[in-house]
Write a protein that binds this ligand. Sequence first.
Ligand code: E4P
Length: 215
Amino acid sequence: MKFFIDTANIKEIEEAKKMGLIDGVTTNPSLMAKEGGNVNEIAKKICEIVDGPVSLEVLATDFEGMIKEARELVKFGPNVVIKIPMTEEGIKASYFLEREGIPTNVTLVFSLNQALLVGKIGASYVSPFVGRLDDIGERGMKLVEEIVQVYKNYNFKTEIIVASIRHPEHVRQAALIGAHIATIPFKVIKKLASHPLTDIGLEKFLSDFQKVKGA
Ligand code: E4P
C-alpha cells in the first residue's frame, strides 16, 4: 500500500519523509491557500523534496483552461501529476493529457459511476473522498470497496487514492479493502504510530529497569 501525504506544508512533508513513509504528495487549492506565500514556489519545492508523484490541482474549470494550466504545472518537475476535478470538462482534459503522456488524478469523486468514467478513460489516479461522504451520512469506505471491485472486473489500470481521510480507521479500512494508495494528513500519519498499550508498556519497561538499577 502506498502512502501519500495530503498537505502543502513543507515541514510536514520533510518530517514524514524522514519516517520513510511517503510515496507521494497530494495538494489542493485549499491546502495551498492555507500555507500562504508563493504557490508556485511551494509547488516547485514539494516536487524537489519528494521522489514520488506530486498532485497539483488546476483552477480552471473549462477544458482549454485546464490544459493550459497543466502545461505550466508540469514544468515544476518530472513527478507532477495534474489533479483535475470530476466534471465533463475534467474528464475531457484528463483523457487528453493522459494521451499526451501527462499523468492525471481525477479528484472530487463521490460515486461509483464517476469512478467508472475515470477508469474507462485510463486516468492514472482516481480520488474518492471518503470523509466528505461520511459527513453527509453516507459510507465513504463502501464507495472505495465498490471501486476496487469494479476496477478488478474490467482490469482498469487506474490507481485508487483514498482521499479525505480523517482518522486512522479510514486508513485501516483502506488497507483491508486493498486500495492502492491512501493520501493521509500528517496528523493522522502520526496517530497511526501510537497505541496506549505501547506507551504503558514502555513506561513499565523503563521503570522496572530503574528499580533493579537502583537496588
Ligand atoms: C485529496 O486529494 C484532497 O486533497 C483531500 O483528501 C481532501 O480532504 P478534506 O475532505 O479533508 O478536505
